[in-house]
Design a protein. Sequence first.
Length: 70
Amino acid sequence: MVGFAGSTSDPESGDVSASLVWISQKDGWIGSGPSFAIATLSKGKHTITATATDPDGNTGSATISLRVRR
């Protein structure tokens, strides 16, 4: 099981963490919201991008890399 957690805020809108969408370049969409856990990531290297969207449609993102071994 791999857990993810993130938070983000917008100067005008405040906390927009609920809008987070998490994508793996290997597995595609893996989750949404400020935190979740997943047990089905494929074995190997993943680049995970979390993207937040504010009410005006502006986006920001952050990326991490990890390796799943089984």
